[in-house]
Design a protein around this ligand. Structure first.
Ligand code: APR
Length: 253
């Protein structure tokens, strides 16, 4: 016996999870990596290894080069449309049924948690498949997009204003409702499971500390070290799908 109930999941973590009432899962781009969606900061394959965020993911970039930004998001939308949730997503769907309070706060804009069947998902950074008026933020229906392939369509609400992806760019605030709900869930959590995020982008990266302050066990699932590693209670150095499938089997799912 090596003190672990299976590779990577210590017995005490499995026991604490099994006994928990309130679970908050925080996910980042690493959760979607095995579904074929590029992360941002992985050295070779990350989007920010190939593109400069200030050229594509700021309000200024969209203001100055709307076509370039729109087309980049078009490419990412195609990648998301072609992706399928991997087995780890289905584990989270099953776990949601088990706990009294279970929520996923995701930094991902791909909607894969919902496509897999998760119900309580707080989209901290929006959703790439939705489009809003660049001035008012009001949602715009899909049919407007078909008429303008490759171009940001005009907003139907304001003359001279464009539509934009419903995502949070650098320098913008998070959707208030999603952020508030995530903070509330963190403050009540017994377990905070942090999967596939570099833990560099705030305020999302601050959620585990809120949970830890109230006594939650913070568990990091990530093949690589992050700034969260030093303060995490449990570290699972494995890809999201393998780690979650292993957890499910420990919990008897
Ligand atoms: N399983 C788990 N983790 C993985 C996997 C995997 N299969 N593959 C990679 N990772 C980890 C990487 O080690 C890295 O720590 O996922 C993390 C991805 O980090 P980022 O690319 O920085 O993604 P994220 O933390 O979600 O970025 C936060 O930055 O640019 C913005 O708005 C964007 O929401 C994004 C935010």
């Amino acid at each position: 016996m090596n003190g672990e109930s299976a590779p990577g999941w210590p017995n005490d973590a499995v026991r604490r999870i099994a006994a928990a009432n309130n679970v908050l899962v925080l996910t980042g781009a690493g959760m979607s990596a095995e579904s074929g969606i590029a992360t941002f900061r992985d050295a070779q394959t990350g989007l920010w290894a190939k593109f400069r965020p200030e050229d594509l993911a700021t309000p200024q970039a969209f203001h100055e080069h709307p076509r370039r930004v729109w087309q980049w998001y078009d490419g990412r939308r195609q990648q998301v449309a072609a992706a399928e949730p991997h087995a780890g997503y289905r584990v989270l769907v099953e776990l949601e049924k088990r706990f009294r309070h279970f929520a996923i706060a995701t930094q991902n804009v791909d909607g894969l948690h919902q496509r897999a069947g998760s119900q309580r998902v707080f989209e901290l950074h929006g959703n790439i498949m939705r489009t809003v008026c660049a001035q008012t933020g009001r949602p715009i229906d899909d049919e407007w997009l078909c008429e303008h392939p490759g171009e940001p369509p005009p907003s139907p609400y304001q003359p001279g204003v464009l539509a934009r992806p419903d995502v949070v760019w650098f320098g913008e605030t998070l959707p208030e409702g999603a952020h508030r709900a995530a903070v509330r869930s963190a403050a009540q959590a017994d377990i905070c499971l942090v999967i596939g995020t570099s833990s560099l982008v705030y305020p999302a990266a601050g959620l585990p500390a809120i949970a830890a302050e109230r006594g939650a066990m913070v568990i990091e699932v990530n093949p690589d070290e992050t700034p969260l590693t030093a303060s995490a209670d449990v570290i699972i150095r494995a890809p999201a799908s393998a780690a979650l499938v292993a957890l499910a089997s420990h919990l008897g799912h």
